[in-house]
Design a protein around this ligand. Structure first.
Ligand SMILES: Cc1ncc(COP(=O)(O)O)c(C=O)c1O
Length: 259
């Protein structure tokens, strides 16, 4: 008898990025469906990585990722977001931003937990919630500005709400979270056990003098957040699948074991 596979995610189909990319290729159109740039990487980066590989830096590193890399990231966070984080305790290098998000959700979501997701959303969120037994509570961003309607969020939050996923700069709409949004979020989660998963993989893709507001800048938000980043997006090497998660909460031990 041939063994069969019973899907744990029977409703999850092909992701929208795959669908849009194949349409773009078929019609020779600009591909806005996939989050990667239409220009190359800095040749200095490929040269340095090549040299490091030729020098023999190709083996396993510490479970949380290369210590020197984590130290550099802590410096970056201190410089950009005025937050002093401990590179040994609070940073975990992951196989891409996607895995940082997966690890975060897997660390905190138990059967029946609700996680608020704003739509349109990066399409790994909902399967990652569901595979952990959670329930995705979707809220549409408001048209035409794709803003978060915090009144709707307030109405959806209840005793089962385990986390809220935010994504700024947002894929696919490009909107940014503002100081007003931060204040609303602070007020909603205050005195609750709700975690925040902050997907900030596009932190440096901000234009026209606007500022990216990282939850790392707000101590009351950071203490309950998993902040997810991607080297692929920052350095235009999405195929490398390298990212990291910054988190101070105790659940980190599970996230690190997974990464
Ligand atoms: C909003 C968002 N989060 C996370 C990711 C995944 O990042 P990575 O390629 O590093 O896994 C993407 C990739 O498209 C994205 O658009």
């Amino acid at each position: 008898m041939i063994p069969t596979i019973k899907s744990k995610l029977p409703h999850a189909g092909t992701n929208i990025f795959t669908v849009m990319s194949s349409h773009a290729a078929e019609h020779n159109a600009v591909n806005l469906g996939q989050g990667f740039p239409d220009f190359g990487m800095d040749p200095e980066l490929t040269r340095l990585v090549g040299a490091a590989m030729a020098d023999g830096h190709n083996q396993y590193v510490h479970m949380n990722g290369l210590p020197l890399l984590r130290q550099q990231l802590a410096e970056k966070v201190s410089y950009l977001y005025s937050n002093t984080i401990d590179p040994d305790e609070e940073i975990t290098i992951t196989p891409g931003g996607t895995y940082a998000i997966y690890s975060a959700l897997t660390s905190i979501v138990q059967k029946g937990d609700e996680v608020i997701v704003f739509e349109p959303a990066f399409d790994s969120y909902i399967p990652n919630i569901e595979i952990n037994g959670g329930i995705a509570i979707t809220i549409s961003l408001t048209f035409p500005d794709y803003k978060i309607d915090w009144e709707v969020v307030r109405n959806k939050v209840n005793i089962n709400t385990r986390a809220i996923i935010i994504n700024s700069p947002h894929n696919p709409t490009g909107t940014l979270i503002t100081e007003d949004d931060i204040r609303e979020l602070q007020a909603i989660v205050k005195d609750t056990g709700i975690f925040i998963i902050s997907d900030e993989v596009y932190e440096h893709l901000v234009f026209n003098g606007r500022e990216h507001l990282s939850v790392l800048k707000y101590p009351d938000l950071y203490e309950r957040s998993f902040v997810c980043f991607s080297f692929g997006k920052v350095y235009h090497c999405t195929g490398w699948k390298l990212g990291y998660c910054i988190v101070r909460v105790r659940a980190i031990s599970t996230a690190q074991k997974l990464a």
